[in-house]
Design a protein around this ligand. Structure first.
Ligand code: DGL
Length: 268
C-alpha cells in the first residue's frame, strides 16, 4: 500500500502527522526530517527550493507515496509551486492561519510567529493583504525558539523556553494583539506551553485542521480512503521516521519517533 509522506526541516511536522492519525490511525506513513538543511528559516529562497527538490527526489527514489505533505510553513510558502511543477505526486502545503486569525480578532490586531524567511517573504504579505487588510499585523521571527524546540522537544530546559515565550508575549502585547498565529510547525510541539504562557491573553491559531482536511480530500479523490480506513493494527504498515543526514547520536530522534508511534529508519 502506498505511504503518506511527510517532510519538514526537522521534527516540526510531527504534530501534523498526529492530527492525521486521529482520522486514519493505521495508514502507512513515512516522515522525513531534513536535518541536513535545518533550519530552513535562515536560508534564502533559492537554497530552500533546491534543498526541497533534492529531498523530494530522494524520497521518490525509494518510495511511491500517494501524496506528500510539506509539513513546514517555510518550505510551503517558498517551494510548493516549484515542487508541483517538477513532480507529479500530489502535495499538501501549510500556510500560516492568517485568515481564521483575522476573522477571530476583536482588537483587529493579530500576531504571526514564524521563521525569519516566512516573516520576510512575499507570500505572508499577500496573505495579509488578502485576508487581514483591516488588521494590524505584528510579525515576530522566532528562530531561537525553533532551534530550541528541535534540540529539546521534551522541554528538559523549561527556563530557556520561558524566556523565549516571554519575549514573544511582550512583542504582541505591546501592539494589543488578541490572536496569535503559530506560523511554524515546530511550535505545535509546545502548544500546551503556549497555552499556559499566553492563557487569557491571546487566542492561538494553527493550520492543523485545514491540512488534515485537505489531505483527506486528496486521499478520497485518489480512491484510497477505504483502503487506508480498513488497515488493521496487525497489518504492520510502514511507520518510519528518516533523516537526510547522519547524526553522531540518533537517540533524540529515536525518542521523538517513538513518541509519535514511528520507528527510526536512519537516512533516507
Ligand atoms: N518547521 C518549519 C516551518 O514550519 C521551519 C523551521 C526551520 O527549519 O527554520 O516553517
Amino acid at each position: 500500500m502506498q505511504e503518506i509522506a511527510f517532510v519538514d526541516s526537522g521534527i516540526g511536522g510531527l504534530p501534523y502527522l498526529s492530527a492525521l492519525r486521529e482520522k486514519l490511525p493505521q495508514a502507512p506513513i513515512i516522515y522525513v526530517a531534513d536535518n541536513k538543511n535545518f533550519p530552513y528559516g535562515s536560508k534564502d529562497e533559492t537554497q530552500i527550493r533546491k534543498g526541497m527538490l533534492e529531498l523530494v527526489a530522494s524520497i521518490l527514489k525509494r518510495y511511491n507515496p500517494s501524496l506528500l505533505v510539506v509539513a513546514c510553513n517555510t518550505a510551503s510558502v517558498v517551494a510548493l509551486e516549484t515542487l508541483r511543477s517538477n513532480f507529479s505526486v500530489p502535495f499538501v502545503g501549510i500556510v500560516p492561519a492568517v485568515k481564521p486569525a483575522a476573522i477571530a480578532s476583536k482588537t483587529r490586531s493579530i500576531g504571526v510567529l514564524a521563521t525569519e524567511r516566512t516573516i520576510k517573504g512575499d507570500y505572508l504579505e499577500a496573505l495579509i493583504t488578502k485576508y487581514a487588510n483591516d488588521c494590524r499585523v505584528t510579525k515576530v521571527a522566532a528562530s531561537e525558539l525553533i532551534s530550541l524546540i528541535e534540540k529539546d522537544p521534551f522541554i528538559e530546559d523549561p527556563l530557556a523556553f520561558k524566556r523565549l515565550f516571554e519575549e514573544a508575549r511582550v512583542s504582541f502585547e505591546r501592539q494589543s494583539v488578541d490572536t496569535v498565529v503559530l506560523g511554524c510547525t515546530h511550535f505545535l510541539h509546545v502548544a500546551k506551553e503556549f497555552e499556559q504562557y499566553f492563557a487569557n491573553r491571546f487566542t492561538i491559531m494553527d493550520s492543523r485542521d485545514g491540512v488534515v482536511n485537505q489531505t483527506l480530500r486528496i486521499i478520497e479523490s485518489l480512491g484510497l480512503m477505504q483502503g487506508y480506513e480498513s488497515i488493521l493494527e496487525s497489518d504492520h504498515t510502514a511507520k518510519q521516521l528518516f533523516l537526510s543526514k547522519e547524526v553522531v547520536n540518533s537517540s533524540l530522534y529515536q525518542r521523538v519517533a517513538s513518541r509519535y508511534g514511528l520507528s527510526f529508519g536512519g537516512i533516507i
